[in-house]
Every structure is written in structure tokens, then in C-alpha cells.
Design a protein. Structure first.
Length: 437
């Protein structure tokens, strides 16, 4: 029997029957064929940053730690082809060395690129889609061990579905990403009162290439981030200042405050108000990925919902009302971001301009009353949960929220009719395939 596997947050665990760590595509194909012969299911795990049980299995687990190389670069079309296990941090460095970048990113660099796209990870920017919109080709290992090559010209319906697939269609062996010329961002960060932000939310979102804000519950304050493309020269923090801001304050001090709040929840409002009085600001120019991503050392559990952009301000006000009326004590800030619509069947932004509201609790703290209350607010606004973050939805409740749900299911039925790539999570949120029983 293999050892127990746990995710980054520590809230999900499983004991796989076997763990494979392929280094080549042939080994990846052999893993699937071995599982098929043994009647085992197969699940791929990346960095384990999902808070759901999407990677858990009692069958065969595939880890892509050794499957992380750059395979090809098309300089003329600004495209790069990589193995599925490459992390976003490694990919960013490889792109920078080639004078390229991804146009939009989330704030976590240690995720694998396939894990990020498969769960509809997005970043922020009203004129930009999530990471999955940057995928222009995939090589997919299907249920019988066959290799299916998908691009805009070849198997385009599978490509569309595979961009956000929860690993339910097969193993993404390689993927090709559409990049842009490398660029710098001018990052300006400052506190603003919540009501002011909500009153000006359209101007703030439309007036910046990338806008997001964090609201600190039990206070009137937010921390806003405006990131805009620039030709200005670099203006970066020195290493000492960067360490102090990103590690000491954002992680060590914040982690200590969360730990105290876990032991004495009644102190959380006082801690939050003291902390917001110390909020400063930032004004730097740096390489785009260095602005987008930041270290995350404090462990937490998270829920995030996508809703129509026009509903964001009202939804945030409702979350504030929930916290106040339910007497909740919340130590983590609430994050709000935006993206453009896309046409990917299971993307959380499919068919609509979207806003995202993310709520967190410190690892080991009670989260269900808070998350269920937030989920009820999002349900009233056609909310779609981030596939890698906590939620209480099922295939029955999710299907009406995605206009291309049936198109995805048709591709899934074709590629994996027996549920080779299924687990308890996909059964719950996508439904069982016809061959499962």
C-alpha cells in the first residue's frame, strides 16, 4: 500500500493504490494502459493546491514532478509547448528568457499549468480571459492509452472541452500556450474604504488593465491593486524591503494574527482594525509575472464563486451583511477580481463578463457556516464555483448554470465512457459516466 497523500491545505487526503511518476510521454501512456488492464481509475495531481478532492483517488495517482520540460517554442507566433507538469513559476522564467509572457496570471506560482487551467484558474482584468483561454493545443492521453492531438484545426471540440476539464477527459500530456511579448507592470497599491470601492467599482475595473481588491471583514477598509502595462523603467523594491513586505508582514505576522484569532475568535475584529491602520501602499514597476504572483506561506481553505460582473458590488454588500448578522469572526480578507467572457464549456466565465468573490478561513478553523452562507448569496446570482475550491454543488445544480454543459458531457462520453479518469469529485460535480456502476 502506498503512503497517504494530502493536499496543500491539509483538508483533503487519500491513499492511492499506486503512484506513478513518469518522465516521458511513453511512460505516461504506459501508466494509463497499466491502469486499464488492472481495472483502476487514474487521477493526476499537480501541486495539490486545490481545496476540493479533485485529485484524490483510491486507484492510480500520477504525479508529474519529473514531467516538466519546455518542448518547443514558435517565436514567430509567440507560442510555447510544454509538458503538463511544469509549474507556473518555472514557465514564467522560461518565457522571460525567450522574451515572452502570459497575458494574465493568478497569484500562485507553484501550481502546475495543467492543474491551473483544468480548474479554471483566472487572474484579473476585464479585457482578459483566464489561463485556459491561452491554450491553443493539447496532447491528451485517453482512457485506452491512445494519444489524441488537439488544436484549432484538429479535434477542436475536444480542445475546447479539455481547456477546463477537471482531468475527466484524460491526462494532458503536453499543451501549447499563446503568449505575448514580455511586458512590465506598473503596480500601484493603496487602501480605500469599501463603500468607496463599491461605488466606483466599474471605473476601477475598466480603468486598469488588472484591478482587484481585498476587503478586511469587521473593518471599513480594503486594499486595492491596480496593475497596468508600462514602458517605464524598472522600479523594484530592494531585497530587504521585499522580504519584509512579502514574508514578514504578509506571511509571518499575518499567520500569527490568524493563529491568535483561531484560539480567541472574539479578538478577530480588534486585530483586523489594528492591522488596517497599518496599511501602507506600493508603487513599483517590475516584470509582469513578478507582480502577478506572490508567496503564500499561511495555509487556508478557500471558496470562490464567479458571478455576472454587474452583480459584484451587491454581492459583496450581502457578504458583509452575512458576517455582521450571523456573528461570524473572519480573519482572512475577501478577494474580488474580474475577467472577460470566454467560450469554454466549463469555464467559470463561459458566456459572460465575470466577477469573482473569494472567501477564506485559516486552516483548521470552522468554515462550513461561513461558506454555506456565502454560497447561498452566490446562488441567487447564478454563481459558478471555482472547480478547485470548496463548494457544496452537484451535477444536478451545476448543469443549468453552464450553457455548454451538454457539449462537454458529449466529449466526456466519447473519450472516457467507462470512467477511467473519474473519482468521487467528478462523480459528484459532473455526474457518473454511463459505464460506471
Amino acid at each position: 500500500m502506498t503512503a497517504e497523500w494530502r493536499n496543500w491545505a491539509g483538508n483533503q487526503w487519500c491513499v492511492p493504490a499506486a503512484v506513478d511518476t513518469p518522465a516521458t510521454e511513453d511512460e505516461l501512456v504506459a501508466t494509463v494502459k497499466t491502469a486499464a488492464t488492472a481495472g483502476q481509475t487514474v487521477r493526476v495531481v499537480g501541486s495539490g493546491h486545490s481545496f476540493t478532492d479533485t485529485a484524490c483517488t483510491n486507484g492510480r495517482m500520477v504525479r508529474l514532478d519529473r514531467y516538466n520540460r519546455v518542448l518547443a517554442t514558435d517565436a514567430d507566433r509567440r507560442r510555447i509547448t510544454v509538458q503538463g507538469g511544469i509549474t507556473i513559476r518555472q514557465l514564467n522564467d522560461e518565457l522571460a528568457a525567450r522574451g515572452l509572457a502570459l497575458p494574465n496570471l493568478g497569484d500562485i506560482g507553484y501550481q502546475t499549468i495543467t492543474g491551473a487551467i483544468s480548474t479554471s484558474t483566472h487572474g484579473t482584468g476585464v479585457g482578459l480571459g483566464g489561463l485556459a483561454t491561452q491554450v491553443v493545443g493539447v496532447d491528451l492521453v485517453t482512457a485506452d492509452g491512445s494519444l489524441l492531438r488537439c488544436s484549432e484545426a484538429e479535434e477542436p471540440d475536444v480542445l475546447e472541452a479539455a481547456r477546463v476539464s477537471l482531468g475527466a477527459l484524460g491526462i494532458i500530456s503536453t499543451l501549447t500556450l499563446q503568449c505575448v511579448p514580455a511586458f512590465n507592470l506598473h503596480a500601484r497599491e493603496k487602501p480605500m474604504r469599501l463603500d468607496e470601492v463599491l461605488d466606483e467599482i466599474d471605473e476601477l475595473a475598466d480603468g486598469n488593465d488588472h484591478f482587484e481588491f481585498y476587503w478586511f471583514p469587521h473593518t471599513e477598509w480594503t486594499y486595492t491593486k491596480r496593475n497596468n502595462r508600462t514602458d517605464e523603467p524598472l522600479k523594484v523594491r530592494n531585497k530587504r524591503k521585499q522580504f519584509f513586505d512579502d514574508i514578514v508582514i504578509s506571511n509571518w505576522v499575518f499567520g500569527l494574527a490568524c493563529a491568535v484569532g483561531k484560539l480567541r475568535p472574539a479578538l478577530i475584529p480588534r486585530i483586523a482594525n489594528i492591522a488596517t491602520k497599518a496599511l501602507g501602499g506600493a508603487n513599483v514597476v517590475d516584470r509582469s509575472d513578478r507582480v502577478f504572483t506572490s508567496p503564500r506561506l499561511v495555509r487556508f481553505v478557500e471558496m470562490e464563486y464567479s458571478i455576472p460582473r454587474a452583480a459584484v458590488a451587491d454581492a459583496v454588500r450581502e457578504v458583509r451583511r452575512l458576517i455582521e448578522t450571523a456573528g461570524l469572526r473572519i480573519s482572512f480578507p475577501i478577494e474580488v477580481r474580474f475577467t472577460a467572457p470566454d467560450d469554454i464549456p466549463l469555464s467559470t466565465a463561459s458566456g459572460r463578463a465575470s466577477g469573482y468573490i473569494a472567501v477564506h478561513v485559516y486552516r483548521g478553523s470552522e468554515y462550513e457556516p461561513y461558506f454555506r452562507g456565502v454560497e447561498a448569496i452566490m446562488k441567487e446570482r447564478e454563481g459558478r464555483p471555482h472547480w478547485g475550491k470548496m463548494h457544496f454543488q452537484t451535477a444536478e445544480t451545476l448543469a443549468p448554470r453552464y450553457r455548454k454543459w451538454d457539449e462537454f458531457q458529449a466529449v466526456r462520453k466519447r473519450l472516457d465512457p467507462e470512467g477511467r479518469f473519474a473519482n468521487a469529485y467528478t462523480d459528484r460535480v459532473l455526474g457518473q459516466t454511463s459505464g460506471q456502476g
